[in-house]
Ligand binder design. Structure first.
Ligand code: PL3
Ligand code: FE2
Ligand code: FE2
Length: 231
């Protein structure tokens, strides 16, 4: 009946829910852990931003602990090997870029792509989460906007020198996000999260970030849809 409350009734203790949660929970724990590593490494390579980056890294560590608590609260054991594999390609691309001194690429991967991925996932998760996880995730998502903003500000200040590398890094890494989204689509649906909503939220947030950095709206459209046709 259309007048009734629309929010889905979720059985957080069902085996189906807990099975899907074991992978999604692992993904966010692994993502937060890798983000912690990435900001610690960036702190050593980005002149003049060491203290700030160390602070961001510490926040990621707190996020990881928060999501570990969410899994424990539902008596779910996160499937960490699955999650490591899930991030492997992005992880490798970040490490190769760092080794080659391509800091712009590192910032695009961590502060733009991964933070936007997290922001869209967390925003879509909050309304369908259990009460404990909702509270944790609401706190986390506020921090993630700050992390995205760090990347935006640095890239905006260095826009002309970064533009070509950003375009190349976007071409190499954004298609991985669509692939990753396809991999979690079914599990996310069990948690009440729709893939279309995730894609839409991602495109909006990522597009806004690119516009803030200095790309024209035509460029933003091209960049933010890179590789999307294959989804
Ligand atoms: C860095 O601050 C955060 C890195 C975490 C990235 C996680 C991306 C999550 C994508 C999985 C979609 C399912 C939603 C999960 C909701 C908790
Ligand atoms: Fe985080
Ligand atoms: Fe973050």
């Amino acid at each position: 009946m259309p007048t009734l409350e629309a929010s889905p009734v979720m059985d957080f203790q069902s085996e189906t829910y807990k099975d899907a949660y074991s992978r999604i929970n692992a993904i966010v724990i692994e993502g937060e852990m890798e983000a912690n590593d990435n900001y610690k490494q960036l702190a050593e390579h980005l002149d003049g931003h060491k203290d700030e980056l160390i602070k961001l890294a510490r926040m990621e560590n707190r996020h990881m602990k928060g999501f570990q608590a969410c899994g424990r609260n539902l008596s779910v054991t996160p499937d960490m090997p699955f999650a490591k594999d899930f991030f492997a390609q992005l992880h490798d691309n970040f490490q190769v870029a760092l080794a080659e001194g391509n800091i712009v690429t590192c910032l695009l991967i961590q502060s733009l792509i991964i933070e936007t991925f997290a922001i869209s996932a967390y925003n879509i998760y909050i309304p369908v989460a259990d009460a404990f996880a909702r509270k944790i995730t609401e706190g986390v998502v506020k921090d993630e906007y700050m992390h995205l903003n760090f990347g935006e500000e640095w890239l905006k200040a260095n826009f002309e020198a970064s533009k070509a590398e950003l375009e190349a890094a976007n071409r190499a890494n954004l298609p991985l996000i669509w692939k990753m989204l396809n991999q979690v689509e079914e599990d996310a649906a069990v948690l009440g999260m729709e893939k279309d909503a995730l894609v839409e939220d991602f495109m909006i947030t990522y597009g806004e970030a690119l516009a803030n950095i200095g790309f024209t709206s035509r460029e933003v459209m091209k960049l933010s849809a890179q590789g999307l046709a294959s989804v």
